[in-house]
Design a protein around this ligand. Structure first.
Ligand SMILES: [Mg+2]
Length: 346
C-alpha cells in the first residue's frame, strides 16, 4: 500500500461512520477488521457493483449521488431479507482526476447513506482505473427467532404486493438520457433515480410479523423480478395492469411519449419490495406502511409463467423486459453508455 493510498482510505475513514462499536470489534487500521454478531443473531451478507457507464454516467450523476446510491443499492438486498444493516466494505477504483473534489463529495453522499441506514465501514481497498468502479459488501443481522424474507415460499392463492411507486426511477433515468435533467421543474422527478430508499423498516416488519411467504426487492423491474420470485417458488403469477401503482408522468412530458405502464413493468431501480401474502394474513396487512403504499397487484397461481391482465380485461404472457446486463446492445457496449449517445445536450 502506498502513502497516497493510505491517504485516500484515511479521508474515507474520517467522514464515514467507522469507529468500533456494536458488532465491529476492531475497525479500519489493521490488516483486517474483526466482527462479532450480537447474541442470537445470524449474519446476512451481500455485494453489489456500481460501475461508470454501466450503472451510472459520471458526468450526469452528481458525485454525492454516486456515493449515496452505491450504498443504498447494496443495502436494499439486506432490506429484502428482512435484516438490519450493520457493516459494509468498500472496494473503490477511480481515475486520478477524481481523487480531489469528486471523491470528497462522493464520500459525503456515502457517509449520509451510512448514517441513515445505520452502517459502519469496516474496511476498504482502493486502486486507480480509467473509469469509476465500486464494489460494496453489506452485512446485516437477523434474530434467530425472526422469519427471513426468502424468495422461495410463495404458494398458489397468495396475494402479490408491491411497496411504493413503480417506474419512478426509470422515469428519472429516461429524463437524464434524453438530456431533460437540467430543467428545474423536473428535478423532483430525478429523486427516485438518485436517492432510492431501501425498504428497511418494511422488510423487518414483514419478517417479524410473518406477513410474507416470499419477498425480494425490485432492482431490475417487476416483470423480471416477479419471474425470479416465481421461479424460486416453483409457481406462476397473474397481475392486473390497472392495479399497478404507476409513476405519474406530468402532462408537460407528454411530448416525450413515456408509457407509464412500460416504465412501471420494466423499469428497474425502484427498490421497493415485491412480496406475497398468504390469504389468511391479507386482512391484517396495513394499506400503508409509514408514508409508503402497499398495493395488491395480483395473485400467485399454480403452474409456471407470469400473466398480465390488461386494462381491456385480456390476459397475456408478461415478457421479462427488465434490466439485463447481458442483453447485447447494437454496438456491444453497456446500455447506459449506448443510450447516452442519444443525449442531445453535451
Ligand atoms: Mg435483490
Amino acid at each position: 500500500m502506498t502513502i497516497a493510498e493510505d491517504n485516500l482510505i484515511e479521508r474515507i475513514r474520517r467522514k464515514v461512520p467507522s469507529a468500533p462499536g456494536d458488532s465491529l470489534l476492531l475497525a479500519i487500521g489493521d490488516d483486517a477488521a474483526v466482527l462479532r454478531a450480537k447474541t442470537n443473531r445470524d449474519w446476512v451478507i451481500t455485494c453489489d457493483q456500481f460501475i461508470e457507464d454501466v450503472h451510472f454516467l459520471a458526468n450526469r450523476y452528481p458525485a454525492e449521488v454516486v456515493g449515496y446510491k452505491s450504498l443504498a443499492r447494496a443495502t436494499s438486498d439486506i432490506a429484502a431479507m428482512g435484516a438490519s444493516p450493520e457493516i459494509f466494505l468498500l472496494s473503490l477504483a477511480i481515475p486520478q482526476e477524481r481523487t480531489g473534489k469528486w471523491l470528497n463529495e462522493m464520500i459525503g453522499g456515502m457517509a449520509r447513506a451510512a448514517r441513515k441506514f445505520g452502517l459502519r465501514l469496516a474496511g476498504g481497498d482502493t486502486s486507480r482505473t480509467e473509469k469509476i468502479a465500486m464494489s460494496i459488501t453489506v452485512m446485516g443481522t437477523v434474530g434467530h427467532g425472526d422469519e427471513l424474507l426468502r424468495r422461495d415460499g410463495a404458494g398458489p392463492g397468495d396475494a402479490i404486493f408491491v411497496s411504493g411507486v413503480l417506474g419512478g426511477a426509470e422515469l428519472g433515468l429516461r429524463l437524464i438520457l434524453r438530456g431533460e435533467d437540467n430543467h428545474k421543474k423536473f428535478r423532483r422527478l430525478l429523486v427516485p433515480q438518485f436517492y432510492p430508499r431501501p425498504a428497511l423498516e418494511l422488510g423487518q416488519r414483514l419478517a417479524r410479523k410473518r406477513f410474507a411467504s416470499a419477498a425480494m426487492d425490485i432492482s431490475d423491474g417487476v416483470s423480471i423480478d416477479l419471474q425470479r420470485l416465481c421461479k424460486a417458488s416453483g409457481v406462476g403469477a397473474r397481475i392486473y395492469a390497472e392495479r399497478l401503482p404507476l409513476v405519474a408522468v406530468p402532462p408537460e412530458l407528454r411530448r416525450l411519449q413515456f408509457d407509464a405502464l412500460e416504465l412501471g413493468l420494466h423499469g428497474g431501480e425502484d427498490y421497493g419490495l415485491l412480496f406475497t401474502v398468504p390469504r389468511r394474513m391479507i386482512s391484517r396487512l396495513p394499506q400503508r406502511f409509514r408514508a409508503v403504499g402497499l398495493t395488491r397487484i395480483g395473485e400467485i397461481v399454480g403452474g409456471r409463467g407470469v400473466k398480465i391482465v390488461g386494462t381491456d380485461g385480456r390476459e397475456s404472457g408478461l415478457k421479462a423486459k427488465g434490466w439485463d446486463h447481458f442483453r447485447l446492445h447494437p454496438e456491444g457496449i453497456p446500455r447506459l453508455a449506448y443510450e447516452a449517445r442519444w443525449v442531445r445536450r453535451n
